[in-house]
Ligand binder design. Structure first.
Ligand code: VG1
Ligand code: CO
Length: 543
């Protein structure tokens, strides 16, 4: 078999965003687009001869084709072995698990996560480093710089390889090992959680509905929740992964996971509802007729961590992204452990976990995880909740109400304005920034502005600085409003508005978040001109 060097010209738009390179399928299909990016990655990471790569994706449209191309390029770029999930499948946390367990030279994960799939949908790719986590900015910046200088890529002339049967086959002198995508991950989960207690919980009639949204977690959830933990067959719904996610939007939130929401707000709802996203790293947790915000979920997991065997000795610290509520900070304070505030995106947690500074991490965007891998992990969060419920034997709602009574409630919501024209979104951000000089000290009804800034972050481990990570308006009483532009959308611009206040009085803690935040929502519009500029009266998605 022959290795070819194919001439190519650079693309201008291969800059990785919050979570890798995400574009429409049509863009990825343009000749040499995928090849250029993969070559830029391989050049940047300087592949040691004979190294092992992990490879897999969320199974969306283009996954299989892309894997075949990447395998041929890996063979031409010096890799000695590739571990690829059967059928080209690996959830993002499972890929992180495989990279760490088999000590590979990192991995390539093919996913556009929660973005819709199919020929008209999105595709994505990202490189994870040997610690199992998304490449930090200094590497993604270098990949982008390299992509602009490429003149050729290297590929092996070879036929497609069988990915559907386990076992090793050769591609030139490189071994391709097709592995069970679930086995290593399931084994890791068994090492962290009290499976016996959860089995007993289900045996006692506890009910769960897990919505895999026709995305990658179906096989993982069926194996772990139904087979190993004994939940009744049918507890996992939409469990067959489809290339277009059944034309759905595999984003586990109150808008897109509406089937689950209907089930959980029905009279005969099961005890726990959960959903996961396209690539399996996000989770949504619901009780009977009760929604748990991801920020609260992180705080509850932290406060109850020692109930799970993998965390029985306690946690070293917590990290949360800046827009995530400060609920976890209150738990950290009580536990006497540090709490870090990082920019949005899981890549910012890696250094802290590697250094042993934090055990638990979370984002308001339905991302929760720990140092068991270096990605957020949807099913892990569901299992953590099951472990807590198996030990406490209370309802989800009771656990939350007790948590708020003890720590106070950080009332929280995120409003997304999707697919805005880019200039409109930029105009809103400019208006907010333009108001900075006049805001401190200004009173809006019950709220007085204390300070405002552009969030920037200095990594405490390697000193790297990330600027422009969101506009913060902080109020005297600790409430805040944050404006931020999404780095994962592929249509126009998505503006995210994050709102947070604090409620110490248990008598008022059970209220509806939108009502409790109504005044802050109005203030956000007054400062930004959001409704007038966007021509929208309400957000696309409310969380
Ligand atoms: C969003 C979320 C962010 C998350 C990122 C990747 O980014 O807000 O918290 O880390 O998606 O998640 P943005 O830039 O659109 O706000 V995933 O499940 O797509 O890996
Ligand atoms: Co995801």
């Amino acid at each position: 078999m022959n290795i070819r060097s194919v001439a190519t010209t650079p693309f201008a738009d291969q800059k990785p965003g919050t979570s890798g390179l995400r574009k429409k399928v049509a863009v990825f299909r343009a000749p040499t687009y995928l090849e250029n990016f993969v070559q830029a990655v391989f050049d940047t990471i300087a592949v040691p001869p004979g190294a092992t790569l992990a490879l897999g994706g969320d199974g969306r449209y283009l996954n299989r084709e892309a894997i075949q191309v990447i395998l041929r390029m890996a063979a031409a770029n010096g890799f000695g072995r590739v571990l690829v999930g059967q059928g080209g499948i690996l959830s993002t946390p499972a890929a992180s698990c495989v990279i760490r367990k088999y000590r590979t030279f990192g991995g390539l994960i093919l996913s556009a996560s929660h973005n819709p799939g199919g020929p008209e949908g999105d595709f994505g790719i990202k490189y994870n480093t040997p610690n199992g986590g998304p490449a930090p900015e200094k590497i993604t910046d270098a990949i982008f710089a390299r992509s602009k200088l490429l003149t050729s890529y290297r590929i092996l002339d070879a036929d497609d390889i069988d990915l559907d049967h386990l076992g090793t086959r050769m591609l030139g002198s490189m071994g391709v090992e097709v592995i069970d995508p679930v086995a290593d991950y399931a084994e890791l989960m068994e090492s962290l959680f009290d499976f016996a207690a959860i089995r007993e919980l289900f045996a006692g009639g506890f009910g769960i509905c897990f919505d895999a949204m026709h995305a990658v977690t179906g096989p993982y959830a069926k194996e772990i929740i139904e087979r190993r933990l004994g939940a009744p067959a049918g507890s996992v719904i939409n469990g067959v992964p489809l290339e277009d996610f059944g034309e759905g939007h595999p984003d586990p939130n109150l808008t897109y996971a509406h089937q689950l929401v209907e089930i959980m707000y029905d009279v005969d709802a099961p005890d726990l509802g959960a959903a996961s996203d396209g690539d399996g790293d996000r989770n949504m947790i619901l009780g009977r007729g009760f929604f748990v915000t991801p920020s609260d979920s992180l705080a509850v997991i932290a406060a109850n961590a020692t109930l799970a065997p993998g965390y029985a000795r306690g946690i070293a610290g917590i990290a949360r992204s800046m827009p995530t509520s400060a609920a976890a900070d209150r738990v950290a304070k009580k536990l006497g452990v540090p709490c870090y505030e990082t920019p949005t995106g899981w890549k910012f947690f890696g250094n802290l976990m590697d250094a042993g500074q934090v055990t638990l991490c979370g984002e308001e965007s339905f991302g929760t995880g720990s140092d068991h891998v270096r990605e957020k992990d949807g099913l892990w969060a569901v299992l953590f909740w099951l472990n807590i419920l198996a030990r406490r034997r209370q309802s989800v709602e009771r656990i939350l109400l007790d948590h708020w009574a003890e720590f106070g409630r950080n009332v929280y919501s995120r409003h997304d304005y999707e697919a805005l024209p880019t200039d409109v979104a930029n105009g809103i951000m400019e208006q907010v920034r333009g108001a900075y000089a006049t805001l401190p000290g200004r009173a809006f009804g019950n709220y007085t502005v204390k300070a405002c800034d552009d969030f920037s972050y200095t990594d405490p481990i390697d000193g790297s600085v990330s600027t422009g990570q969101g506009l913060r308006i902080l109020f005297v009483d600790g409430s805040r409003i944050v404006f931020r532009l999404s780095g994962t959308g592929t249509e126009g611009a998505t503006l995210r508005l994050y709102l947070e206040s604090f409620e110490a009085d248990p008598a008022r803690q059970g209220g509806d978040a939108q009502l409790l935040l109504a005044e802050l929502i109005a203030i956000a519009d007054e400062i930004s001109g959001l409704y007038t500029r966007s021509g929208r009266q309400r957000p696309t998605v409310i969380t």
